[in-house]
Ligand binder design. Structure first.
Ligand SMILES: Cc1ncc(COP(=O)(O)O)c(C=O)c1O
Length: 393
């Protein structure tokens, strides 16, 4: 493990810390100064010299963003496509796969709504079926149960590594080993994982990994990325293409790009892209292990305090947990509590049952409060937060 993080310095570098107690990093984290500077400098350059001209002047820096993301997740720059969010990245991967009647998609119980409705749509169109992998005794997706489910019709394993609520970390690498052993395509939603813990696609064994910029990675809103494993690039044709993804090389022909950018289109948010690259470099410079250790300490303290409060029910699962802390209040609805706290300068978010409907139905969950600290938060902020909750009781 590397150096412990210098929290005070990291807070000075995070202007939002001066104004808010921000426990909504699973929604959108506070950006650090290098990210803000990268975005603002490029917008300013565009205003001064023109958008195309600014992109040309900063072409090398824009190109370097692919290498930055690749470094963050242990990939090769050719395996990265930059997109506007995690959902777009996930949709492009998923809808580019072919399904036939009777093909099986195996997924996790805490799957995110955006992914699940896409499964439902493709099941309606093609007659493929969705099967949910049972959980282990702690509520995480069980790799042994997955192994037992696999048959000749299993076409895709698509799970969420860290669900949008529920606190757990699914065993993404163990699931990857099962997928690789059976040669089944593996699509991993790493939206809440990237920036929160170390990510190495070679260890995960996934064919596709999708993530967003604005959450634990601390990048700007409107950014995300798709990782496509090199071997997959030899066969996968994106469900939609333009002349950037596939240049028009003859009157009746196009030629797919050889890299993952075949999933992109021509126009790009250059300022945001540079911000995303700065966020990736920032996370790499701090180190995934150090970030994870600090986040676990903060989340552990928060869970401990909440567990001791009479009106609060904690709803987190998993032997391995993360910095997304989910709870409900006996008398105050999630959205009301979020609004009240926001008026007092404290940011958390509410997570509705419909965002993880399988899990919410199975566990009979109400809408949840989601408090998600990140490494730059402090123990004092946890105490303040708990004090405010007590005050409402
Ligand atoms: C687990 C998970 N997957 C995917 C997404 C979608 O990410 P985005 O809003 O960047 O498309 C979210 C957003 O909350 C999420 O929590």
């Amino acid at each position: 493990m590397g150096e412990p993080l210098d929290i005070e310095a990291l807070r000075v570098e995070t202007p939002g810390c001066a104004h808010k107690l921000h426990f909504n990093n699973a929604g959108a984290a506070l950006m650090p100064q290098p990210v803000i500077d990268a975005v603002a400098a490029h917008l300013d350059l565009e205003a001064q010299i023109g958008g195309y001209e600014a992109a040309a002047l900063r072409a090398a820096e824009c190109e370097a963003v692919y290498a930055s993301i690749a470094r963050l997740i242990g990939a090769n720059a050719r395996e990265i496509a930059l997109l506007e969010n995690a959902t777009a990245a996930w949709q492009l991967a998923f809808y580019s796969l072919a399904f036939a009647e009777g093909d099986r998609i195996l997924t996790s119980r805490a799957e995110y709504a955006a992914n699940y409705v896409a499964f439902l749509q493709v099941a309606k169109r093609t007659g493929c079926v969705i099967d949910v992998i049972p959980d282990d005794a702690h509520g995480a997706t069980d790799p042994a149960a997955l192994e037992a489910m696999i048959d000749a019709r299993t076409r895709l394993i698509a799970i969420t590594w860290i669900p949008t609520n529920g606190g757990l970390v699914n065993p993404a690498a163990e699931i990857g080993r099962v997928a690789r052993a059976h040669g089944i395509t593996y699509l991993l939603d790493a939206c809440q994982a990237v920036g929160q813990l170390p990510v190495d696609v070679r260890v995960l064994g996934c064919d596709f990994l999708t993530a967003t910029g604005r959450k634990f990675l601390r990048g700007p809103r409107g950014t995300g990325f798709l990782y496509v494993r090199q071997e997959m690039l030899q066969t996968i044709e994106p469900v939609v293409i333009d002349h950037f993804a596939a240049p028009w090389v003859a009157l009746d022909a196009y030629e797919l790009r050889s890299d993952a950018r075949r999933f992109e289109t021509w126009e790009k948010p250059y300022a945001l892209t540079l911000g995303l690259g700065a966020a990736a470099d920032y996370a790499v410079s701090l180190g995934g292990d150090a970030i994870r250790a600090r986040n676990l300490a903060l989340a552990g303290r928060l869970r401990g305090e909440l567990a001791a409060m009479p009106d609060i029910d904690l709803h987190d699962l998993g032997a391995e947990q993360c910095a997304i802390v989910s709870f409900s209040h006996a008398r105050i609805a999630a959205r009301d509590l979020v609004d009240t706290l926001r008026s007092r300068g404290i940011n958390i978010s509410a997570s509705s049952s419909s965002s993880t409907l399988l899990d919410a139905t199975a566990r009979n969950l109400p809408d949840l409060m989601r408090a998600s600290p990140h490494y730059y938060n402090t123990e004092d902020e946890i105490d303040t937060f708990i004090g405010q909750l007590r005050d409402l009781a």
